[in-house]
Design a protein around this ligand. Structure first.
Ligand SMILES: *Cc1c(COP(=O)(O)O)cnc(C)c1O
Length: 377
């Protein structure tokens, strides 16, 4: 019965908080990244597809021409395979004792950033009697998850030996840029140079990686020199990035309204007080649902066709908005963020009110918020 109910199309917003996912926007964003970079697209659907749902985001991206999938963790990659997605799939954030056998069995490509990881993978490949598909990961200037240049010669030599032994296939070489959102920053050109020298070292060691990838969303859109063979598009799928189409809309129904006088203190700590007689509307959405707790007093939602301020502290489960002296009709639904077409705030607005970035806002939307993909729950 619940499956039947869940399959109902949703014609109008349901009386519950919802994150509505527009897969036509995801598809348009994939095509924009492909056109602007001129190369193949990997859909990076980590962190539950940037809030959109990893599986629906992956399906929409593949249907729009993406040819690879990517995740941070192995569990995320395994979940995609279990959902029946068979496209080439890479994950890159792997503890040394990861479930390598599961990765090999499911034909999941593995990023390798240290010689210790390479050894663990070759041991697992020997036990399983298969060849592991790996992408050597070089640090191109982040001091984060790639191998430092000093460790690169030993890593490529080890990978070449493992390839000759039939235990791995070096499919790709990857890097990642720290400041691609500032295309003129000299660290980008330096990162491209580092990446090229890492590629040269791999070739000199006898490796022939066919999938060279350095760019994520911002670089795919703004740094042609970083495109190589493949761009990894994560945030861009949901419309974070210049010229892209926002794919996510967060809504919440009003659960209670009240008339209050001027001077009414609101919420924990009484951090706000009404300046006039007005109507307060209560939304069942709090910081446990990803509504940021630390926000600028200018934060707003769209309610009854008007922008309405959030008043006082955001609680764990609920937030109060100023619906104005005229109030709102019963059953009204607030739009917290969306593409902005109807005057609602965007995720970028919320990011600026919360002193963070859109990525943080969209990936923070909690599990209590129902996902509705193209109008279907
Ligand atoms: C998250 C991530 C991506 C995707 O980056 P976006 O800027 O979200 O497109 C690509 N590569 C790596 C290594 C990542 O961690």
């Amino acid at each position: 019965m619940s499956a039947l109910v869940a399959a109902q199309p949703v014609d109008r917003p349901a009386p519950r908080p919802e994150l509505r996912v527009d897969t036509t926007a995801i598809a348009a964003n994939v095509r924009a990244a492909a056109t602007s970079s001129g190369v193949a697209v990997m859909a990076v659907v980590k962190a539950d597809g940037f809030g959109a749902g990893a599986v629906p985001a992956a399906r929409a991206a593949l249907a729009a021409g993406a040819t690879w999938l990517g995740t941070a963790t192995l569990d995320e990659a395994v979940a995609l395979r279990r959902a029946g997605l068979a496209a080439p799939l890479l994950c890159w954030l792997l503890p040394i004792d990861a479930r390598w056998e599961a990765a090999l069995r499911l034909r999941i490509d593995l990023a390798v950033a240290s010689h210790a990881h390479l050894r663990a993978i070759t041991r697992a490949a020997r036990r399983a009697g298969v060849r592991a598909r790996v992408h050597l990961h070089v640090d191109t200037g982040m001091a984060r998850d790639g191998a430092p240049l000093g460790a690169w010669p030993a890593l490529v030599a080890g990978a070449a030996a493992a390839e000759r032994a039939g235990l791995v296939e070096v499919v790709g070489v990857m890097g990642h840029l720290a400041r691609a959102d500032e295309p003129a920053d000299p660290s980008n050109a330096a990162g491209v140079r580092t990446y090229r020298s890492a590629l040269d070292a791999a070739l000199a060691a006898g490796l022939r990686p066919t999938v060279r990838h350095l760019a994520a969303t911002e670089a795919a859109l703004r740094l042609p020199a970083a495109a190589f063979d493949l761009v990894r598009i994560g945030a861009g799928l949901v419309g974070i990035g210049p010229g892209l189409r926002p794919a996510l809309t967060l809504t919440a129904p009003v659960v209670l309204t009240r008339r209050v006088e001027a001077g009414t203190p609101i919420g924990y700590g009484h951090t706000a007080t009404t300046e006039r007689a007005t109507t307060l509307a209560l939304l069942p959405l709090g910081y446990a649902d990803g509504l940021p707790r630390r926000i600028d007093p200018r934060a707003e939602v769209l309610l009854g066709g008007r922008r309405c301020r959030v008043l006082g502290r955001v609680s764990m489960d609920q937030a109060v908005v100023d619906a104005g002296p005229r109030g709102v009709r019963p059953g009204a639904v607030a739009t917290v963020f969306g593409p902005g077409d109807d005057g609602e705030p965007t995720a970028a607005d919320w990011a600026s009110w919360a002193g963070t970035i859109e990525h943080d806002v969209v990936t923070g939307i909690g599990a209590r918020v129902a996902r509705v993909v193209d109008g279907r729950a």
